[in-house]
Write a protein that binds this ligand. Structure first.
Ligand SMILES: Nc1ncnc2c1ncn2[C@@H]1O[C@H](COP(=O)(O)OP(=O)(O)O)[C@@H](O)[C@H]1O
Ligand SMILES: [Mg+2]
Ligand SMILES: [Zn+2]
Length: 346
């Protein structure tokens, strides 16, 4: 799996340029705060970066241990390797989605006073930190403010607005933001080099466009295209559900149900990804919806009323959810289209 193989293991490998610089400066300053807060959408490298920091400050072969001038982890010493495999006794990764109560946090607070066993620092990585319950947060406050010198907390969250401000104010906040197109392309090129793939700029753009600002989605998409042998731009477009002309949406807006069903049939037969096709339509419909609702009708190149647009959005949403449980992947989409025609022509 690319997204595991190419998980960044050094600061250098972080393709998110802003985070890369921030972390590099922080480590070089050697004044690491005792609590960090990583904020950003999924797949933007929060967990990867937390592990890199944990390794860097505990590495036995870098500037922190006085061996080289590099602040990056060596990834070969015993501390680095046990952190990578998740078996270090000093680096605790806790998923707050499943350990969110007061008892779990109390246990964590008790443990904090133990000295590190093999490393310089004990590092607590708390993922999905916004899931922690209010009383558990309260219990954590004091420890977060003044932990023992050998302890560092790294909280990660996709929903900062759900974190108490008292927690946020005790951490150094590092925004990860949505992954930028050029950073995603940088990552694609890094993987392509290792995998000896020849990719055109067009394909890289297409993957970046489709990855919804997530490095993880981009790696998965690239792998999917490689496995499916769809690295030719035209084929990739069809596969991802974007047809340059006569998109499914335009056909649905037309008169003939048969045309739409035929399109879907051919799309699936040529290996098209139904999930992406629906996502693509929903994205376009959303734009139409906003424009119609605000009466800015310029650029609307489709013949659908506001009512029809909302109906179609609802039906496609339904199909999208049903797809996950349907034994025939494309069936919910076909039903949605038939249903739409039925309602349109009564
Ligand atoms: N900054 C990045 N540079 C390169 N790849 C990344 C980056 N961030 C994430 N990835 C890719 O996405 C995957 C998931 O990243 P992860 O650190 O788990 O993100 P998060 O914790 O923010 O959801 C990684 O295994 C890697 O393949
Ligand atoms: Mg994560
Ligand atoms: Zn090391």
């Amino acid at each position: 799996m690319y997204y595991l193989t190419y998980r960044p293991n050094t600061i250098e490998e972080l393709d998110n340029s802003h985070v890369r610089d921030t972390i590099a400066n922080l480590l070089q300053s050697k004044k690491l705060p005792h609590a960090l807060l990583f904020v950003g959408p999924k797949g933007t490298g929060k967990t990867s970066t937390a592990r890199i920091v944990a390794k860097a400050i505990n590495c036995l072969n870098n500037a922190f241990s006085g061996h080289t001038t590099s602040y990056d982890p060596c990834n070969t010493c015993s501390n680095c390797t046990t952190i990578t495999t998740g078996s270090s006794p000093d680096v605790v990764e806790q998923d707050a989605a499943s350990n969110r109560g007061i008892d779990e946090i109390r246990r964590l607070i008790r443990e904090v006073s133990f000295m590190p066993m093999t490393s310089t620092y004990r590092v607590y990585i708390i993922d999905e930190a916004h899931m922690i319950t209010p009383d558990a947060f309260n219990a954590l406050l004091k420890t977060l403010e003044e932990p023992p010198k050998s302890v560092i907390f790294i909280l990660a969250t996709t929903n900062e607005e759900k974190l108490p401000t008292t927690i946020i104010s005790r951490c150094l906040r590092i925004p990860f933001g949505a992954a930028k197109k050029e950073d995603i392309i940088h990552m694609i090129e890094r993987i392509a080099l290792h995998e000896k793939l020849t990719l055109t700029d067009e394909i890289k753009d297409l993957i970046a466009m489709y990855s919804e600002h997530s490095f993880r989605d981009a790696t998965k998409l690239l792998e999917e295209l490689v496995v499916q042998k769809k690295l030719d731009f035209k084929e990739a477009q069809v596969y991802l559900g974007i047809r340059s002309k006569d998109s499914l949406l335009h056909i649905i807006a037309g008169k003939e149900l048969k045309d739409a069903i035929d399109w879907i049939d051919e799309f699936v037969a040529s290996g098209g990804n139904v999930k992406h096709a629906i996502e693509d339509m929903l994205q376009k419909l959303r734009i139409y919806l906003v424009k119609k609702a605000t009466k800015q009708e310029d650029g609307i190149d489709i013949n659908l009323s506001l009512r029809e647009i909302t109906q179609l959005v609802k039906l496609l949403h339904e199909a999208y959810n049903l797809m996950k449980i349907s034994p025939i992947e494309v069936l919910p989409l076909e039903i949605a289209v038939v249903e739409f025609y039925n309602r349109k022509h009564v």
